[in-house]
Design a protein around this ligand. Structure first.
Ligand code: DX5
Ligand code: ZN
Length: 213
């Protein structure tokens, strides 16, 4: 299992220190939640703060857009050379076009599905994607309860991926901890995002290690 700690639960007064702690602690990606106060009822950070995160990070950034105007934000964050940019399918009229744009910028494209969204809706995008992100909470806040139906959804997604593009990864975001990570592994998940579980633990590297199942 690859591990992408979400800096949403970091101490923003000591952000560089916390980003270093997860990178030194063995994370695979640094998950960055960008919220605009429109697509979700919360706001987080923009390119000024994310560039400070990029400077402190020794692992690729995994930027999760929770915004209304995806193209605008892709252009804003592209100069920071993140590993991945993911956007919500529920908020994009032309997902195929945006996937191509992200790839042309030299970034791996990923698409996010909210808890209610059918896996099938990305079937004909899979061959152009590096990753699909399944939300296991409603986007907007850290520290929420895991929605277990994502396990069945991950299995359905895995079948579509096997058929269309076996290289595409499945990532799950929200309420992930050292217990449910085993069920996620069994369901075919490749990457877990974890915010409160990692940053709320006594020992960050041990928490990351416990997710590497
Ligand atoms: C929620 C964010 C998540 C969040 C996860 O909208 O996308 O990345 O930080 O936090 P936890 O792991 O605490 O549920
Ligand atoms: Zn996220």
């Amino acid at each position: 299992m690859l591990v992408a700690p979400s800096i949403l639960s970091a101490d923003f007064g000591n952000l560089a220190r916390d980003v270093k702690a997860i990178c030194d602690g063995g994370c695979d990606l640094v998950h960055v939640d960008v919220m605009d106060g429109h697509f979700v009822p919360n706001m987080t950070i923009g390119p000024v703060v994310v560039s400070a995160v990029a400077k402190a990070a020794t692992k690729p950034l995994d930027i999760h857009l929770m915004v209304e105007n995806n193209t605008f934000f892709v252009d804003l964050f592209a100069p920071l050379k993140p590993g991945y940019i993911s956007f919500h399918i529920e908020e994009e009229k032309h997902p195929h076009r945006l996937v191509q744009k992200i790839r042309d910028l030299g970034i791996k494209p990923a698409i996010v599905l909210n808890p209610h969204t059918q896996p099938k809706c990305v079937e004909f995008l899979l061959e152009d994607l590096d990753m699909v992100l399944l939300m296991s909470v409603n986007p907007g806040f850290g520290g929420q309860k895991f929605i277990p139906s994502v396990l069945e959804k991950a299995k359905m997604m895995k079948e579509l991926i096997e058929k269309r593009n076996p290289k595409c990864l499945i990532e799950v975001d929200g309420g992930v901890n050292g217990k449910n990570v085993h069920d996620l592994k069994a369901a075919g998940v490749d990457v877990v995002v974890a915010g409160s579980y990692v940053f709320g633990s006594e020992n960050i590297s041990q928490a990351i290690e416990s997710l590497k199942v």
